[in-house]
Ligand binder design. Sequence first.
Ligand code: XMP
Length: 518
Amino acid sequence: MHDTIIILDYGSQYAQLIARRVREANVYCELLPWQTPVETALALRPKGFILSGGPNSVYDPGAPALPDYVLDAGVPVLGICYGMQLLAHRLGGRVAHSARREYGPAALVVDEADEPLFAGWDAGDGRGEPVWMSHGDKVEALPPGYRPIAHSDNSPYAAAANAQRGHYAVQFHPEVVHTPRGRVLLSNFVHRICGCRPDWTPANVIDAQTAAIRQQVGDGRVVLGLSGGVDSAVAAALMHRAIGDQLTCIFVDTGLLRLGEATQVVQTFQQEQGIRLVAVNAVEEYLEALTGVTDPEQKRRVIGEKFVRVFEREARRLGHIDFLAQGTIYPDVIESAGSGRGAAHVIKTHHNVGGLPDDMQFQLVEPLRMLFKDEVRRLGTALGLPDSLVWRQPFPGPGLAVRCLGEVTWERLERLRAADSIFVAELAAADLLREGTQQAFAVLLPVRSVGVMGDGRTYQEVVALRAVTTEDFMTADWARLPYDLLARVSRRIVNEVPGVNRVVFDITSKPPGTIEWE
Ligand code: XMP
């Protein structure tokens, strides 16, 4: 069992970020709703608690409360923002109710330079460290036993501690990037204060997960749908490491994948990883089902249903199967445990082969369900998957069908694939694929425009280039790509892709736009 930190979620939009920062410090943590019962929490044998921020005031009727076990467990506690106010309110301090929020950067002056929480912070010059504030209420009197350890212009108690009890509280948000040394603070808390070992590493995760998979699956047979995306790829590699030939992967070539993708999947999994793989060529079937379909939602429905039918047919051919393995990851789990809303949840239904008929009863194996995306990637690398797969940008389940606006025909798909691969290759050559853009692709528009090539008039289709920067894909900004690069991409597409005579660049952020066009 790994040393574990429990983060109680009080509804902050940053709660997931706290968990990611703790994991980045190589410490296992779980993000649990604040109402989590005592048995569930203590079963994890936490070495510390972190209380997240949240939108409430401790004075609100029915405001989220502090469970007794947090104080009774005798392990360190870090309260962040609302978490700080909860501790103060509960332990006899005073929280001032405020109608106005303090939102934005502040300079934090550390008053107790040898506090372990602030090890590695630049105390002493009196100018302070930038931190991010986002709060309405604030603590005005500390509880008995607590003392201030840092202040800002607006908050005399920007950080406080009761070192005897291992209690720490900060008014600012150490988890966001606008608090540059926030990672150090969280790492100090989990390592120096809670005493957690840095044992959450890819090698340890692989060991622990392979053992867990073997125990769950026994000598049962497992099927897994490979989509070509990162999550199902890493799930497959991990399952294979654990149970070898008890795993069979099904890969459906829908004809809606990017250039070279289908070949790469077969090459990587069948030949390099030695995984049993059924590769189904369903291109004709998909194109036929999509004939005449132009409505985006209708496209998604047709593709989703087709996938389930093809997967079902192939899975039945394998004979008796006990388990269905899926690449569900932690944000999906949090998302569905929380409000149940959210794009991630809906988006996943296709990936996760929802909608299989009732008489196909599998038990689920979800070996990545406690991992964040960046952890999944690290695991993929540790399992020997190539960078081109591990660092692949997200790709929608319905594939190129939702980027081929209007009718989906083979000719138009090939046109789109060619344009897309030029764009992506140029981005890769400029080193902009991992850092500069989180998602970049071409879209084929159902529009023709007049052009001139050589001496002749052309009347051909338009390609739009979409490139965005984003942290979480819920909001996004259009990437400020260098003009030279855009010029090169445009020139190459018009010259090299038959049937396209114009290229445009999408400068819409999300919201109001979405990342995909359909
Ligand atoms: P939007 O277009 O909603 O996309 O801004 C947000 C992110 O989700 C991806 N996306 C999908 N992924 N199935 C998926 O697996 C889908 O139907 C789907 N639609 C959008 C999109 O590529 C972006 O990363």
